[in-house]
Design a protein around this ligand. Structure first.
Ligand code: NAD
Length: 339
């Protein structure tokens, strides 16, 4: 067994006496939050955890966990000699870390990971309340129910902090986080999230970060289809792509998909469309967020006129073997758009 694999047990026994953890736990400054956890080292989480490890004091410990052991093993090699402990389970992370960030793919996984954290009984207490910050994009109903269970069991606070900025933002540490939590937790959450991002926007009580994220991404999903259709019709009518985009972008149809992420190759040099729709925000992620927004609408008895049709479009694009791994602006190609 490697030294890294042995360390969790050593730590746990050293740090916990009569259920009270004895490490530095003053939360008023980042420096004193000595034990950190990160669960889910995927495309986003891996890069976020890297920023976290780089920015916390080097004597602080970072506990990491992912079902993909290749990801955690690779992470350790990026920081030779650093205080990083690979935990076997999410529960083990929570037993040792006071502040825990998670970045997981979907609602059932978030629910099951947090159930696994809570199920074997009470967690050791720290001087400060344990804080779970979930950055996953899931539905507000699931997130609020996890938050309530954790609070009812007295195991700390669980807050939603979904993010935008993609893998590029996660790497650069420039993500934006939308925060759903009580006012009292905003300063602590902001301090933590600022280690991985540039903007932290408090939207209201638990679930509010996700509500804001899903409403925004709903609009993005529709605007992308609308921009693709508008560009497609104009070009089919004989207009030049750059002229049409230029006109829209000084007119009332202007939106992020027309201005920054224009779906027609060559119109915006830096857009995914201009590099064969590679990189960017994948069709599957857009489809996932749109469906989560529609589920949240159904949960709140809110009807939408265009949501189901848009979901049909993204599902069809995702079902196309050639298009499914591309940026979501590839909807333009699915519509038959050419340049
Ligand atoms: P990902 O699929 O790349 O990573 C998820 C990670 O979670 C994987 O490493 C996986 O092995 C791990 N995992 C799965 N089950 C687990 C379990 N039971 N215990 C521990 N780890 C487990 O996803 P991602 O792209 O990193 O996205 C994470 C979240 O952030 C998602 O909710 C996504 O919607 C959201 N998000 C993604 C982007 C993006 O551009 N990729 C942008 C904004 C928000």
């Amino acid at each position: 067994m490697s030294i890294t694999a042995l360390r969790p047990t050593m730590r746990a026994s050293r740090a916990t006496i009569r259920g009270v953890a004895l490490r530095r736990t003053f939360s008023s400054t980042t420096h004193n939050q000595a034990s950190w956890g990160f669960i889910g080292l995927g495309q986003m989480g891996y890069n976020m955890a890297k920023n976290l490890r780089q920015k916390i004091p080097k004597e602080d410990t970072l506990y990491i966990q992912d079902v993909n052991s290749a990801a955690t093993a690779k992470f350790v090699t990026e920081f030779p000699g650093a205080d990083i402990i690979v935990s076997k389970t999410a529960r083990e992370v929570a037993e040792n870390a006071e502040t825990i960030v998670s970045a997981l793919p979907n609602p059932p996984l978030v629910k099951s990971v947090y159930e696994s954290i809570l199920s074997p009984g009470a967690l050791p207490k720290f001087q400060n309340e344990r804080l779970f910050i979930d950055t996953s994009t899931i539905d507000p109903t699931t997130s609020i129910s996890v938050a309530e269970t954790i609070s009812q069991k007295g195991e700390g606070s669980f807050i939603d902090a979904p993010m935008s900025g993609g893998v590029v933002g996660a790497s650069a540490g420039t993500l934006s986080f939308m925060l759903g939590c009580p006012d009292t937790l905003v300063p602590r959450a902001t301090k933590v999230l600022s280690l991985m991002g540039r903007k932290v926007i408090h939207m209201g009580p638990p679930g509010s970060g996700l509500k804001a994220k899903l409403a925004n991404n709903y609009l993005l999903a529709l605007n992308n289809i609308a921009a693709s259709e508008a560009m497609h019709m104009g070009i089919a009518w004989g207009l030049k792509p750059a002229d049409l985009a230029g006109l829209i972008n000084i007119s009332t149809g202007k939106c992020w998909p027309s201005e920054v992420n224009n779906p027609v190759p060559g119109v915006v040099a830096t857009s995914p469309a201009s590099r064969n729709y590679d990189g960017g925000f994948g069709v599957a992620l857009m489809n996932k967020d749109l469906k989560l927004a529609l589920k949240a609408c159904a949960d709140a008895n809110v009807s939408t006129a265009l949501g189901d049709k848009a979901a049909e479009v993204y599902s069809a694009v995702e079902g196309d073997a050639e298009l499914k791994s591309k940026d979501f602006s590839v909807v333009y190609r699915w519509l038959g758009g050419k340049e």
